[in-house]
Design a protein around this ligand. Structure first.
Ligand code: FAD
Length: 317
């Protein structure tokens, strides 16, 4: 029987673990087989406070983990496969084992959608990215390509005009899905050009992205297109499959929370990208992990007080 289980080991889960461990809750963290979260797949992180010269994503996540373990977090590199929040204590299955806990923090993140094209994986962090806020500044006065046609693609393209000499938006259709206001802004921007009815089908470059392979979806002709950076802005998939029917999810399958911490089940809290449609940054995820942990502490104190009161009533009856 655990006091607190944390599901996920990105910035949100491990920050929650640091706070909970320092509060003597000895949290169990199910880190997932891909422990460390999304930053394990990037190179330089320049916007995480405390690292004036930047830090490599995997190195940063090792620091998080060491700090969480130092205060007594028990971290298991396994995936949670099933949860039951309909009864107390809450039940969580990880690997072959069943665990029970008074409270749970869900910090399972959201996976950016990739194109799944040749060259993409090798060039991740070397010109290919899914996060303009994170990596845009690396491409000053460069030619940047953005893939996508929705609001987030237009937002990324407009943001990237601060850095790139030219931004080319490549979209599969002949019109944008984005809201009119975002589409109009992007279409009118002098630095942004559009290529319509076209898919990016390959990424090329030895050490860094140098060119893309494009396919015209009407004529099926292919051509090489020189580019220094490729930002893929085709959405995220929150990692919420195991919470189906357990927690309230919105239409895009993010966990719903009125205040960004509490879920529809008292005692189950949420933190990080799995609840964050808008910011999706390591520092915001870490901040949410801190809040979730402090709320879990408060919840457990109240639970203990209720148990003591319940025990006293039983004794006096
Ligand atoms: C390529 C790239 C570069 C980025 N660069 C930056 C940057 O420079 N600066 C910045 O601030 N942000 C950056 N980000 C964004 C940042 O990584 C995320 O905002 C942040 O990692 C979100 O943290 P999180 O803890 O909410 O989730 P995640 O980091 O996604 O971690 C979620 C964790 O939950 C685990 N998990 C999922 N399902 C289960 C399960 N069933 N059981 C157990 N564990 C599970 C996963 O394995 C993972 O470890 C970048 C993102 C990407 C993809």
């Amino acid at each position: 029987m655990e006091r607190l289980i944390i599901i996920g080991s990105g910035p949100a889960g491990l920050t929650a673990a640091i706070y909970a461990a320092r509060a003597n809750l000895a949290p169990v963290v199910f880190a997932g087989y891909q422990y460390g979260g999304q930053l394990m797949f990037t190179t330089e992180v320049e916007n995480f406070p405390g690292f004036p010269n930047g830090v490599l994503g995997p190195e940063l996540m090792e620091h998080f983990r060491t700090q969480a373990e130092r205060f007594g977090s028990k971290i298991e590199n396994v995936d949670v496969t099933k949860v039951d929040f309909s009864q107390r204590p809450f039940r969580v299955w990880a690997g072959d084992d069943l665990y029970e806990a008074d409270s749970v923090i869900v910090a399972t993140g959201a996976s950016a959608r990739w194109l799944g094209i040749p060259g993409e994986e090798q060039l991740r962090g070397r010109g290919v990215s899914t996060c303009a806020t994170c990596d845009g500044a690396f491409f000053k006065e460069r030619h940047i390509v953005v893939v996508g046609g929705g609001d987030s693609a237009m937002e990324e393209a407009l943001f990237l005009t601060r850095f790139g000499s030219k931004i080319t938006v490549i979209h599969r259709r002949d019109s944008l899905r984005a809201s009119k206001i975002m589409a109009d802004r992007a279409l009118a921007h002098p630095k942004i050009e559009f290529i319509w009815n076209t898919a990016v089908v390959g990424a090329k470059g030895e050490f860094h992205l140098q060119a893309l392979e494009l396919e015209n979806l009407v004529t099926h002709e292919t051509r090489e297109f020189a580019a220094d950076a490729l930002f893929i802005a085709i959405g995220h998939d929150p990692n919420t499959a195991i919470f189906d029917g357990q927690l309230t999810l919105d239409n895009a399958r993010y966990i719903v929370s009125d205040d960004g911490v509490h879920t529809n089940i008292p005692g189950v809290f949420v933190a990080g990208d799995v609840n964050d449609i808008r910011y999706k940054q390591a520092i915001t995820a870490a901040g949410m992990g801190c809040k979730a942990s402090l709320e879990a502490e408060r919840y457990l104190e109240e639970l203990d007080a209720e148990r003591v009161a319940g025990g006293l009533e039983t004794a006096s009856a």
